[in-house]
Design a binder for this molecule. Structure first.
Ligand code: PMV
Length: 319
């Protein structure tokens, strides 16, 4: 055992295309954002989790049971026994604990990395990702794995769930692009949102088949637009993706208001991001000036915003 404190980080994320569709093996694009959660481990006489992350009011309380289950899953996956884990884990960092920005996955990756460092487990990135995936199950039940993948590897990622696991490819873009994330202030229940889509898909198979076909076609065009650094097209396809998400009924009054406000203020594109029914909206706002302008107008309407970037390259192993 290591008596020194150990640290681990996990990136926040924003899904640029195809949340929900990704659950049904349709490719999605996700980007790590320039904010992360840090887990620090201190020696202690008992297990303690001290969660000092900033939060959307009520988020941490609401997720307390999920967090407990998530920790249990991760300890099991790391083959750590309760006797071994007499440690204090402190969660901090500049990623707000909120719905839709990968807060749970970032915390799972941060904890897995910190424990890996503390106990010298020598886990690879792939294994950290796997442990975090088990942790994510504590929050979401049957997650696609997109959040923990972004939180582990950082950067811009093409992600596809398959019957035998998942495919992940890095997408390279010319330079990071400014975004605004607008928070509805409503804590989203991803599990409920995913379940709602499943039920409606079962009840209206033909409608949903068409929508899912559109989502699949769109994401290939979006990848091309990003790789060509065609930000107008990237934004237009985000708007199209939001329309599809509205059609599968995972948007909300507040999310639509945030999207329309961002677009009216000059954003290149905007959509809900993550589970929806609350949580966050992402707007593509290339340039610091446009980013500031869009964030200011949203804040004037009483919503909180984050100004960050997509497409930052990832840090090294175990960072
Ligand atoms: O709510 P978030 O940020 O964890 O995003 C969930 C993304 C979904 O596609 C809705 C679910 C999943 O497991 O991929």
């Amino acid at each position: 055992m290591n008596n020194d404190l150990s640290i681990g980080n996990g990136y926040g994320k924003s899904i640029l295309y195809n949340e929900h569709f990704v659950v049904y093996n349709i490719p999605a694009i996700v980007s790590a954002i320039g904010m992360k959660t840090t887990a620090t481990i201190y020696q202690s006489d008992r297990f303690q989790l001290v969660d000092e992350r900033l939060e959307t009011l009520g988020y941490k309380k609401e997720k307390q049971d999920h967090q407990k289950q998530s920790l249990q899953n991760m300890f099991k996956a790391m083959k750590l026994t309760p006797e071994q884990t007499k440690v204090k884990i402190m969660l901090l960092g500049d990623l707000v604990a909120a719905s839709g920005i990968g807060a749970s996955a970032a915390s799972c990756v941060a904890i897995a990395r910190a424990l890996n460092n503390y106990y010298h487990l020598e886990l690879s990135n792939e294994e950290i990702n796997q442990v975090a995936y088990e942790g994510e199950k504590g929050y979401h039940g049957d997650p696609s794995g997109i959040d923990n993948t972004a939180a582990t590897y950082g950067g811009l990622i093409w992600f596809q769930r398959t019957s035998g696991g998942s495919i992940m490819e890095k997408i390279k873009i010319k330079k990071p692009v400014e975004i605004v994330i607008g928070n509805t202030g409503k804590i989203a229940n991803t599990k409920k949102a995913v379940e709602g889509v499943r039920q409606r898909k079962e009840n209206h198979p033909e409608k949903y088949e068409d929508l899912f076909d559109e989502a699949e076609k769109l994401v290939y065009e979006a990848r091309k637009a990003l790789e060509n650094f065609d930000l107008r097209e990237t934004g237009r396809l985000m708007n199209e993706n939001h329309r599809l998400l509205q059609e599968i009924e995972v948007s909300s009054k507040e999310l639509d208001l945030l999207v329309n406000t961002a677009l009216d203020t000059g954003a290149f594109g905007a959509k809900l991001t993550g589970g929806g029914l609350g949580g966050n909206m992402i707007a593509l706002t290339p340039s610091k000036e446009l980013q500031k302008k869009v964030a200011n107008v949203i804040e004037k309407k009483g919503f909180k915003t984050l100004k960050t970037v997509i497409g930052i390259s990832s840090g090294g192993k175990n960072s």
